[in-house]
Write a protein that binds this ligand. Structure first.
Ligand code: HEM
Length: 392
């Protein structure tokens, strides 16, 4: 006698993936439309990638299972065109479930921002090798972004057709097709909730890892921690260069502390954290310097420090380095990559580097007066030179 139901594994994966994919599309559209200065946007992107990889993983299992286990036959009386339509929808779904996350992966791999992916903040996932260091990275990223959006929206279209067909089978044809995939025993529901529960724990772990990283930066004391370098603050400098009314100005932070755990032989274990006293910024212009600590700019009373931290230091092909991390200024935490090169002078190693920041991304100087042509340019260059000796 023919089996008229899908196997438990197929049923559990079907419903878990249906819920996850719908959530993933809704979450993707929501995070895409958030303004750049939203404090949760970065976390939502990280979680979107983690859920996307989980969907890809579950889809591969599901496809493997499907290939090894024949599904129950469609009802004999079902018209041929409907059978063909059903088959096309099912294989279309499988194709989209594989392609959408793969294109998302290509998008983050090619992105010039080079933001690392860690599954729920814990397990590093490498970029796709073929897509890193491509010539026109920005344009390729845009192309993959469009494709990713199109694939996700096509999934939504198939989803509507699929649900409409399932409802027709259940309420009009009453032919048992819907029931063949409906969870019928507690164990099948338990399986669905076990998968969703497991991924919810992953989400909680992600936030736990993030909050412990933030805690450690804010309670940082330069005299302890795993620093294996001693920084000479008198010789080191942290400078910013901007334009006001089309005239270049340069400022510096006199108060910053760096905790450096850097070993060229062990980049995986290397990390850097720089705490900057926002109230120590001066530019040599009394009027400008009196506004820098104000709410409109660094809001020093509420946010006395800014923090850059990176646990992802990579070597470039030319022997220079880049520290991929996050920069927190006021309540904004955004991904930032610091490019730097190193030179040696006796025992002293000098790390020199820079990055360009868009000040409005960090909520700095948002008044019309500052944004006008007479105001301060949005792009600010941050340059640093750190002199340090390695501790024994
Ligand atoms: C089945 C899995 C996935 C689905 C259904 C999905 C769906 C979506 C949707 C609907 C959007 C919003 C599109 C827009 O309005 O522009 C989005 C954005 C995005 N997705 Fe996915 N995604 C999946 C997997 C992934 C994976 C695995 C990654 C990366 C490893 C990824 C990375 C991204 C990124 C970075 C964006 C933001 C693009 C932007 O707004 O700049 N996605 N995704």
């Amino acid at each position: 006698m023919k089996n008229h139901r899908y196997t438990s594994v197929a049923i559990v994966l079907h419903w878990a993936l249906a819920i996850l994919i719908l959530g993933q599309i809704a979450g993707g559209l929501y995070m895409h439309n958030l303004p750049n200065d939203s404090s949760i946007k970065f976390d939502l992107f990280q979680l979107h990638k983690s859920f996307g990889f989980s969907i890809l993983f579950l889809t591969v299992i599901r496809l493997g299972w499907r290939l090894g286990h024949k599904p129950p036959p469609l009802p004999f009386e079902m018209p041929a065109w409907q059978k063909t339509g059903a088959r096309m929808t099912h294989w279309g779904f499988y194709a989209l479930m594989v392609l959408t996350p793969l294109v998302g992966w290509a998008m983050v791999s090619v992105s010039p921002l080079d933001i690392p992916t860690k599954l729920f903040g814990l397990v590093p996932i490498p970029h796709l090798p073929f897509f890193t260091n491509v010539a026109d990275a920005g344009a390729s990223e845009d192309l993959f972004k469009e494709a990713h959006e199109l694939l996700a929206k096509s999934t939504l279209v198939l989803f509507v057709l699929h649900v409409a067909a399932a409802l027709k089978h259940n309420f009009i044809d009453k032919d048992g097709v819907f029931k063949s995939m409906a969870p019928s025993v507690v164990a099948q529901w338990a399986g669905v909730f076990a998968i969703l529960g497991f991924l919810s724990i992953g989400t909680m772990l992600y936030f736990a890892v993030q909050s412990s990283a933030t805690q450690s930066t804010l309670t940082h004391d330069s005299s302890d921690g795993p620093s294996n370098w001693s920084v000479d603050y008198d010789a080191s400098q942290l400078v910013f260069v901007g334009m006001e009314k089309d005239r270049k100005f340069e400022g510096r932070f006199s108060d910053f502390r760096a905790q450096v755990n850097f070993d060229t032989g062990n980049l995986d274990g290397s990390a850097v954290e720089v705490i900057v006293g926002t109230g120590s910024a001066t530019t040599g212009d009394t009027l400008r310097d009196s506004t820098i600590p104000e709410k409109e700019w660094f809001d020093v009373a509420q946010y006395p420090s800014a923090v850059f931290s990176s646990r992802n230091i990579l070597e470039n092909d030319d022997g220079s380095y880049r520290a991929v991390g996050t920069l927190q200024i006021k309540e904004f935490i955004l991904p930032v990559t610091l490019a730097f090169s190193m030179s040696q002078n006796g025992d002293v190693v000098i790390a020199k580097g820079s990055t360009n920041l868009t000040r409005t991304d960090f909520g700095l100087g948002l008044n019309e007066e500052w944004l006008s042509a007479e105001g301060v340019a949005l792009s600010v260059e941050v340059k640093f030179e750190i002199h340090a000796t390695q501790l024994p």
